[in-house]
Write a protein that binds this ligand. Sequence first.
Ligand code: SF4
Length: 210
Amino acid sequence: MSNLTAKLSTKTPVKIPPGYLNIMGYVDESEVNGPGCRAVVWVQGCKKGCSGCFNPDSWSFDLNQLISIEELANKILNNPRNTGVTFSGGEPFLQASALAELANILKSRGLNVMSFTGFTLGELQSKKAPCGAKELLSQLDILIDGPFVETLAIHSPNSLVSSSNQKVRVFNPTLKNQLNWASDRLEIHVLRDGSRIFTGYWGQLGLGEN
Ligand code: SF4
């Protein structure tokens, strides 16, 4: 089976226990995935199949890392350098209810919340929106919406989006002057178990080992 076929073979979302998230990765203190210094949560599972996707390993809906909302909130809050959190993926809005709950906890503690999505804002506000979309939207300070379209790709270090159809929606006006994160930079996070996470380039996630 080709890699692509393997990735597409698990396109049906698996049942995630209530109160849990199925994530692909997590880092603290990222400076390339939104304003300031922030945690990043990459969720597992996406149905879009965009050609040229930065994180095709996130497409599968198989269980990857199951983590409770409470544990993830504590992880993020336990690092005082995290002033916000970014949800990336995978498709955050396919786990919208759990992310809305997580965002609610973090916002009550003063963090700001941003999300990428392959849906358009119009789709998320429509009757066909995924379950929990309205709740998650109501928690967001910033949304970057729209799928990655390879033919519209922007190859500029100054762009906050990776293709020109995508939009940056700033719902919290206090963040309007902070749309200056280094989206062209690559960060390497070395985790305690020796594995490495590469991130940058508009939410890209790469995994490596020592
Ligand atoms: S929506 Fe995002 S994660 Fe999903 S396939 Fe497209 S670029 Fe990849």
